[in-house]
Design a protein around this ligand. Structure first.
Ligand code: CP
Ligand code: NVA
Length: 307
C-alpha cells in the first residue's frame, strides 16, 4: 500500500525518530559534500494554491539534491476543482510523477488528493495542518536537546494550522504543550478536544501562563493566508499575544524562540526577539530542506530509513 504524509501522525513515533536521524545524516553529508542520488529519475509534482517561499524552495532543492526533479504548479495552471476535478488531477499526475505535494485551503482537498492518487501525497499546508513544518521544527529541537520528551513548549497565537500540528506533535512525542490563544481563536473541533484530552497539554487565554518556565516559545502569523479580510480585527484581538522581550521574561533564560515564517515583524513577534540570540527561526527554515529530504525517502525509498 502506498504511503501519504497528510498529518504528523501519518508516522509512528519510531518512524519519526528514524526520520529525524536520517535527516541529520543527510544534513551532515551535504556539508561534507557526499551525494545521495537516491531519487534519480523520480519526479515530484508540487501543487500550490497559496504562496510559498520555504516549502517550494526546500522541496525543489531537496529533490534536486537527491538526484530527482520537482515541478511547480501554481494556482493559475491547475485550477484545482475549477478547471479540473481533484480526482482527475490526482489520476493524471499519478500516471507521470512519483509523488505529489499539495498546499491548499480545505484539508478535505488534500485528503481527496491522497485518496484518488496512486502515488504518495504530501500535505504542504492546509487550513488545518502543516506537518512538514513540524518535521523541521522537531529536527531543530532534536539537534538542540536530543530528548524531546522533557521539553515544555509554549505556543502563543492563533489556534490554526500550526497550533493543530503542535497538538499532534505533543501527542506523538509526549512533550508538554502550553497553548495560549485569544478567546475565540482556540483550536477548533477535534483538535481542541485532543488538546483537552492530552494530560501533557494546557489551553489558556493568558500568554504569560503559557510561557511560564518554557524551554521553547513558538508563534505564528495572526493573519494566515486566506484570512486577509479579517486582518484588522485579528490585529486588534491578538494585540496582547505578541512575543516580545517582556513576555519572554516569564520563560526560561535559555528559551528558544521559534516561528514557522513568514514573520510579520511588529505583529506576532518583535524585531529584537526574532533577530535576538534566543531565536532559532533560520535553523528551522534551513531544516525544512533536510527534514523533507528524509520524508521523500520515507515515502519513495523506505528501506533507506533502516540503513
Ligand atoms: N513556513 C512555510 O511553510 O513557509 P512558506 O509559506 O514560505 O512555504
Ligand atoms: N498559519 C500560517 C502559516 C504559514 C506557513 C498560514 O497558514 O498562512
Amino acid at each position: 500500500m502506498k504511503r501519504d504524509f497528510i498529518e504528523l501522525s501519518s508516522l509512528t513515533l519510531d518512524e519519526l525518530e528514524k526520520l529525524l536521524k536520517l535527516a541529520s545524516r543527510l544534513k551532515r553529508d551535504l556539508l561534507y559534500g557526499f551525494d545521495h542520488p537516491y531519487l534519480r529519475g523520480k519526479t515530484l509534482a508540487m501543487i500550490f494554491e497559496k504562496p510559498s517561499l520555504r516549502t517550494r524552495i526546500t522541496f525543489e532543492t531537496g529533490m534536486a539534491q537527491l538526484g530527482g526533479h520537482a515541478i511547480y504548479l501554481g494556482p493559475q495552471e491547475v485550477g484545482l476543482g475549477r478547471r479540473e476535478a481533484v480526482k482527475d488531477v490526482a489520476r493524471n499526475l499519478s500516471r507521470w510523477v512519483d509523488a505529489i505535494m499539495i498546499r491548499t485551503f480545505a484539508h478535505s482537498t488534500c485528503l481527496d488528493m491522497a485518496r484518488e492518487a496512486d502515488v504518495p501525497v504530501i500535505n504542504g499546508l492546509t487550513d488545518t495542518l502543516h506537518p512538514c513544518q513540524l518535521l523541521a521544527d522537531l529536527l531543530t529541537l532534536y539537534e538542540r536537546f536530543g530528548n524531546l520528551k522533557k521539553l515544555r513548549v509554549a505556543f502563543v497565537g492563533d489556534g490554526f494550522n500550526l497550533a493543530n500540528s503542535w497538538i499532534e506533535a505533543s501527542e506523538l512525542v509526549g512533550f508538554e504543550l502550553r497553548m495560549a490563544c485569544p478567546q475565540g481563536y482556540e483550536p477548533k473541533g477535534e483538535f481542541r478536544e485532543r488538546l483537552q484530552r492530552n494530560p501533557r497539554a494546557l489551553l489558556v487565554n493568558d500568554p504569560i501562563v503559557a510561557v511560564n518556565d518554557a524551554d521553547v516559545v513558538y508563534t505564528d502569523a495572526w493573519v494566515s493566508m486566506g484570512q486577509e479580510d479579517e486582518a484588522e480585527k485579528r490585529r486588534r484581538d491578538f494585540r496582547a499575544f505578541q512575543v516580545n522581550r517582556e513576555l519572554l521574561k516569564h520563560a526560561k533564560a535559555t528559551v528558544l524562540v521559534m516561528h514557522c515564517l513568514p514573520a510579520h515583524r511588529g505583529e506576532e513577534i518583535t524585531d529584537d526577539v526574532i533577530d535576538g540570540p534566543n531565536s532559532i527561526v533560520l535553523d528551522q527554515a534551513e531544516n525544512r530542506l533536510h527534514a523533507q529530504k528524509a520524508l521523500l525517502l520515507w515515502l519513495l525509498r523506505p528501506e533507506i530509513l533502516n540503513e
